[in-house]
Ligand binder design. Structure first.
Ligand code: WTA
Length: 656
């Protein structure tokens, strides 16, 4: 099978940064030249300028044992000191670090001085519980300031945190606790979601119970419980401790010690397409360098004036790099919102933007498309004029959603940075620089300065511009994963085996470079369809569907077909406004023709199903594997990682 992915969609709109934006932007065109001239010297400069080292490094990159990289290895630093104390020492202790907004409407501003104090106390609590360098601490928490503090308290003492998203079940939590060999769990009584307290502590209790009755005990010694939800909790004496009691009793003095740059910082589990979740390991110096650098130049953070808001949960890599580490290393002020976008009303996010005067907003295409589905009248009720820059991450953003985002949320002028990266890459890899790049809606465009990527065929040969292929990273980068926790062979097999002779990192995504050199992400290679010998990407057909005025969201899959090998099957959600004004009769047929007109007859879906929801993971990615089961008339596979497990039975019924 050829790895060539056919290209069907053309986008000719271009948006240049305004002269005012370009004049104030931190990331400049010279960065590309500097990085090209000497990549290692470029990263060394970033590491020296953005980070305060206890002991300077003399070696930048050690790649003598690929694919196990070491960056800045003989330097020492304390990550928490870099995110906290140094800002206080520089006289910025009164600057707000976190503008916390609880879902019920309670709010709290936490300054750098206050957050530093909290983290010092929490570090003392952890040490008092016998947690030391290299120990694993699991965090199972709502989006509250203490969650950020808990991550930093671990970092401060050299312990390795592993955040498990609060929406995961007791079973998922237990398997991650076991894999990591966690010594401590930090959780909360609950957190507010959709107007209710969603309990967390009971799931921890269940996870830690001897579940199979065979005496299989978890490695966890203590559970620290943050009070948030005013929930009744069961208590295991000797094991469970209230965070607030321990923190209040702890000493406010704690000296941050410098650790070697390759000291593990965190393990974050990510579900692969198959099999058990992978514990992605990140370390300290290189990770912090690239997280801080990209937050500065891609999100264009001016710490004195910006109010930044990344909507990701700390349970995902985006919450690690662009809520906790990057922005705090840069001394930024950011919004932290606990709840869901539609609670208590569908304009909640826009109310928050108005309330805090958010200037830079970073979110996911799935959120943008769900706002499109509800209609622009909702955000238009609020004053969004403070917004000057928008960002997108997690999935391809189709051009229609991109333009809607810019017009409706960005006032028709805010640049959009479409940022491609992964849990494994640790930080942004491909993205425009908002003051430099002429923007192309739907394309992540160029590797950032200091990053080298290529689009290749299955032999590792670069494909010609205009053609699609496999996205690879061709040289090591500072925030790259250092391995899979406890499984070095799986690390090599998953990411490096495919192009072992070239030494390329295989990202698992399809991509295309167009004639202008812009990179278009085409979706996961596992989802590519083969229709009559043409390899079609999910992203392009979905994008064409969402380009129709009726469609809010779309997912396409390849279903086996006797004549064409595979046929395109589409699942679409119709916009609420459209449904109010039109009949849905004949809509599926019209959409088939529409796709044919937009990108050619080969891509015309065989079947289009109009559905109310799409199956998504808890981080908002569409699970096409399950839709393929429905399209091929099979029993639907494992749905445990879905945000809403009921969705598939509804879709199956709608399809029948
Ligand atoms: C996809 C999220 C297109 C891609 C930071 C990648 C994207 C996977 C983009 C990683 C983007 C992320 N355009 N696709 N801008 N950003 N992806 O590990 O398939 O949750 O491999 O990290 O999301 O997802 P992860």
């Amino acid at each position: 099978m050829s790895s060539q992915i056919d290209h069907l969609l053309n986008e000719s709109r271009r948006f240049s940064p305004s002269p005012e934006f370009a004049a104030q932007a931190i990331g400049t065109a010279e960065l590309y030249d500097e990085a090209k001239a000497d990549r290692e010297a470029f990263w060394a400069r970033q590491a020296n300028e953005l980070i305060t080292w206890d002991k300077s490094f003399t070696e930048v990159l050690d790649w003598s044992n690929p694919p196990f990289a070491k960056w800045f290895a003989d330097g020492t630093l304390n990550v928490a000191y870099n995110c906290l104390d140094r800002h206080v020492e520089a006289g910025n202790g009164d600057r707000v670090a976190l503008l916390f907004e609880g879902e019920p409407g309670d709010s709290r501003a936490v300054t750098y001085a206050e957050l530093t104090d909290l983290v010092k106390r929490a570090a003392n609590v952890l040490e008092g519980l016998g947690v030391t360098k290299g120990d694993r601490v699991a965090l199972y928490l709502p989006m509250i300031p203490e969650a950020v503090a808990a991550m930093l308290a671990c970092a401060r003492i050299g312990a390795i945190h592993s955040v498990v998203f609060g929406g995961f079940s007791a079973d998922s939590l237990r398997s991650r606790l076991d894999d990591a060999g966690a010594k401590l769990v930090i959780t909360a009584d609950g957190g507010y979601r959709k107007g209710k307290v969603s309990a967390l502590k009971p799931a921890v209790d269940m996870a830690l119970a001897d579940r199979n009755g065979e005496g299989e005990q978890a490695t966890v010694e203590h559970v620290l419980v943050i009070r948030r939800g005013e929930n009744e909790v069961e208590w295991t004496e000797g094991r469970d401790l209230w965070w607030h009691e321990e923190v209040e009793a702890a000493s406010p003095d704690h000296t941050a010690q410098g650790f070697e740059a390759e000291t593990p910082l965190f393990v974050l589990y990510t579900s692969g397409t198959t099999g058990k979740p992978k514990g992605i390991l990140h370390t300290s110096g290189g990770y912090l360098t690239q997280a801080a650098f990209t937050n500065r130049v891609v999100h264009d953070i001016h710490p004195e004036t910006d109010v930044y808001w990344c909507t990701a949960d700390i349970g995902w890599i985006t919450g690690h790099s662009y809520v906790t580490y990057g922005p705090l290393a840069n001394g930024a002020t950011q919004v932290l919102y606990e709840g869901t976008p539609e609670t208590p009303h569908p304009g909640r996010w826009w109310e928050i933007v108005q309330k805090y005067g958010v200037t830079v907003l970073y979110t996911a295409p799935t959120a943008i498309r769900s706002f499109m589905k509800q209609g622009r009248q909702i955000p238009q009720e609020f004053d969004l004029s403070s917004i000057r820059l928008l960002g997108s991450v997690g999935e391809p953003i189709n051009p229609e959603a991109w333009v809607w985002y810019r017009d409706v949320i960005g006032g028709g002028h805010a640049p959009i940075v479409d940022t491609w990266w992964q849990t494994e890459t640790g930080a942004i890899m491909i993205s425009p620089l908002p003051g430099v790049t002429e923007l192309t809606p739907g394309s992540a465009q160029n590797p950032i300065p200091g990053i080298e990527v290529s689009i290749v065929d299955e032999k590792g040969e670069e494909v010609e511009d205009g053609n699609g292929g496999l996205l690879v990273v061709t040289s090591p980068w500072p925030s790259m994963l250092r391995g899979i926790w406890g499984d070095p062979d799986r690390y090599v097999d998953t990411y490096w085996r495919m192009f072992a002779d070239k030494g390329y990192y295989f990202a698992g995504d399809g991509a295309r470079k167009d004639e202008d050199g812009d990179i278009w992400l085409l979706g996961r290679v596992d989802d590519v369809m083969n229709v009559s010998g043409h390899r079609l990407s999910t992203a392009e057909i979905e994008s064409a569907l969402v380009g129709n005025e009726a469609v809010a969201e779309a997912a396409v899959v390849g279903a086996s077909d006797e004549t064409t090998g595979q046929a395109v099957v589409a699942f679409v959600i119709i916009k609420e406004n459209y449904l109010r004004a039109h009949k849905a009769d004949g809509l599926a047929q019209n959409l088939r023709l529409w796709v044919g007109e937009q990108i050619g007859p080969i891509a015309r879906p065989r079947d289009i199903y109009i559905v109310g929801e799409l199956p998504k993971t808890r981080s908002g990615k569409i699970m096409r594997r399950l839709l393929r089961d429905v399209a091929e008339g099979r029993e639907v596979g494992d749905t445990t990682t879905l945000a809403d497990t009921a969705v598939m039975s509804v879709i199956s019924k709608q399809v029948k």
